[in-house]
Design a protein around this ligand. Structure first.
Ligand code: PMP
Length: 306
């Protein structure tokens, strides 16, 4: 497939407001409310061997994100899950990435956003690798950004709202300009939070640790990894951590639908190697995502809090 083709040309069909149409025909008006104010909400999913992982939970989160921004979606999570199955079949996908997005229409442009139509689209296409260097070096280098996640009083942290991604986009671009693959951000209180689009875990004194998701997204992969860790007999400490604590970490990795479990091999000037905890979790994750219909989050564990 030619690199010259645009994404809409490459994706095949797209599900838009209840019907399948060509990706190139699935358009929105330039006066759409969400384009101006960042009020779109979206989801990224992965398809493994023809089956989307945690599809219903992703579409439930899409609904919750829209509600957090003050609007309701016209299609239930179950309907959207069926729509995705239809799209996977239509586009003949085995392994791929899915982007679902909902947005407010173009009837008016006021901030109040009253009486606007709500639109939903789902696109899915083959997309195996996220980070450029990951397959070459087995991990990525991250830069500690000065940008912070906003407090829960400023933006609803569990909403995957398009507007929130401006922070990650700026931090990511800064990291790349400095020669890193991604950036880590702190929360508004200066504690470790997550990367630009994935959650953070690290191993310290032999123990798995992850920041408590108070001011950032509690990712579905993060929750899956916590279940897998429990099932492997690994204790997971969920707490507030100062960024300096990462310097003494023996392993670190990111988790997210797109990056899956991605080892971090450098934090600033501190080098790390993927270790046994990361490797065991990568193996367990690779197995669960390929089990059709698996929902490890049915059995969410009780976490030890310090
Ligand atoms: N944090 C942010 C900011 C993200 O964009 C994502 C990706 N959705 C995550 C964390 C990880 O979430 P998930 O595991 O649900 O993909």
């Amino acid at each position: 497939m030619s690199a010259q083709l645009t994404l809409p040309e490459r994706v095949g069909d797209v599900w838009l407001n209840g019907a399948l149409e060509r990706g190139t025909a699935a358009q929105l008006n330039v006066l759409s409310h969400s384009l101006h104010y960042g009020t779109a909400v979206f989801e990224g999913l992965r398809i493994y061997a023809g089956h989307p992982f945690l599809a219903l939970r992703h579409f439930q989160r899409l609904h919750a994100s829209a509600r957090a921004l003050g609007y309701d979606l016209p299609h239930s999570p179950e309907t959207l899950t069926e729509a995705l199955q239809q799209l996977i079949a239509r586009n003949g996908l085995t392994d791929g990435y899915v982007r679902a997005i909902a947005w407010l229409g173009d009837e008016a442009l006021g901030l109040m956003a009253e009486g606007l139509t709500t639109h939903v689209a789902i696109a899915a296409w083959p997309w195996p690798q996220v980070h450029r260097t990951a397959s070459v070096f087995g991990g990525i280098a991250v830069w500690q950004s000065d940008r912070r996640r906003p407090s829960a009083e400023t933006l609803p942290p569990q909403a995957k709202a398009a507007g929130s991604y401006l922070i990650g986009a700026l931090a990511y671009q800064e990291a790349r300009r400095r020669g890193f693959d991604d950036a880590l951000l702190c929360d508004s209180g200066g504690h470790l939070a997550e990367s630009t689009s994935a959650n953070l875990f690290f191993v310290k004194d032999g123990r798995l640790c992850t920041p408590r998701p108070q001011g950032f997204l509690n990712g579905l992969t993060r929750q899956t990894v916590q279940v897998l860790a429990r099932d492997l007999g690994l204790q997971c400490r969920e707490d507030q951590f100062h960024p300096d604590e990462l310097v003494s970490a023996s392993e670190a990795f990111l988790t997210g639908t797109a990056v899956e479990i991605l080892p971090i091999t450098r934090i600033g000037t501190h080098n790390l190697l993927p270790g046994p905890v990361t490797e065991r979790l990568i193996a367990a994750y690779a197995e669960i995502v390929r089990r059709p219909g698996a929902d490890p989050l049915c059995t969410a564990p009780e976490f030890e809090r310090a």
